[in-house]
Design a protein around this ligand. Structure first.
Ligand SMILES: [Zn+2]
Length: 268
């Protein structure tokens, strides 16, 4: 299952998260897919043939509001975010959902992000925000934590079987084991930074997969995760992504993993 398929499965389940954050170099197709699914009147969503889908495909759907740097805006100013915050309370005109596509939010200033955060915290139930960025590291953690984060493209999703097994062991210990068992599983990852990073990225993918299967009602590949709430799955995928990023930053690997274990326990 590739990453666009993850999203396809997630949105066909009918229960859209209020906010998506898509990270990667080429995430526009995924963003447009989600936007179309939100307004689509057919099945599976997006069906590609209903009136709403056709309007979405040609950029003419009145309930899909799109902001794109260098196209219709120069930057994400606080004023722009405030106008979105007012606009979001106007009901959708044709669809059941109102979609805001905020493309390339990497350089959004903190003040604007904080303004956006207020809307992400308590959106009207019909609102769907789709943010895209090259790297989510520049975004406030508070903003990231309000979004279903999907990392698309870039690194390969085909992991070495040993890496996949380590990732599964780590997540199983986190979901069902004691604190000591979790620390032991983390310790078992060894000291090789490349393999630790791969394991953490793989864990993030397993969590996103579990999250999507939960939404879509499919068969999860890691039964231990059935014990976690959907919120935990999302928070954990974020934590493992962050830990994988910290490995790149050359932070002390042992400390990084110990912190990850503590964070995972806290988010359970
Ligand atoms: Zn459709």
């Amino acid at each position: 299952m590739d990453r666009l398929d993850f999203i396809r499965t997630a949105i066909s389940g009918g229960q859209l998260p209020h906010a998506f954050l898509l990270e990667g170099e080429d995430v526009l197709p995924a963003a447009e897919l989600i936007a179309a699914a939100a307004v689509c009147t057919g099945t599976p969503k997006p069906c590609g043939v209903c009136e709403a889908c056709k309007k979405a495909q040609t950029g003419n759907h009145p309930d899909i509001i799109r902001y794109e740097l260098g196209q219709n805006i120069k930057s994400y100013t606080v004023d722009l975010i405030r106008s979105i915050r007012q606009d979001v309370y106007i009901l959708p005109g044709e669809a059941n959902k109102k979609v805001y596509l905020l493309l390339q939010v990497d350089d959004m200033r903190d003040q604007a992000q904080n303004a956006l955060l207020k809307t992400l915290e308590e959106p009207p139930e019909y609102a769907v925000f789709i943010l895209t960025c090259r790297s989510k590291e520049k975004l406030l953690e508070t903003v990231q934590s309000r979004c279903a984060v999907f990392v698309l493209g870039g690194e390969t999703t085909a992991y070495d079987p040993a890496v996949t097994e380590s990732a599964k062991a780590l997540l199983t210990a986190a979901a069902t084991g004691s604190e000591l068992e979790l620390l032991k599983a983390a310790n078992d990852l060894g000291t090789d930074k490349t393999s630790i990073r791969q394991t953490l990225l793989c864990a993030g993918d397993l969590l996103r997969q579990a999250y999507i299967y939960r939404l879509a009602g499919g068969q999860n590949t890691l039964p231990a995760l059935d014990r976690c709430s959907i919120g935990t799955l999302l928070r954990w995928s974020d934590l493992t992504d962050r830990a994988a990023y910290a490995v790149l930053q050359n932070l002390h690997t042992g400390l990084n993993l110990t912190k990850l274990c503590a964070d995972l326990r806290r988010a359970l």
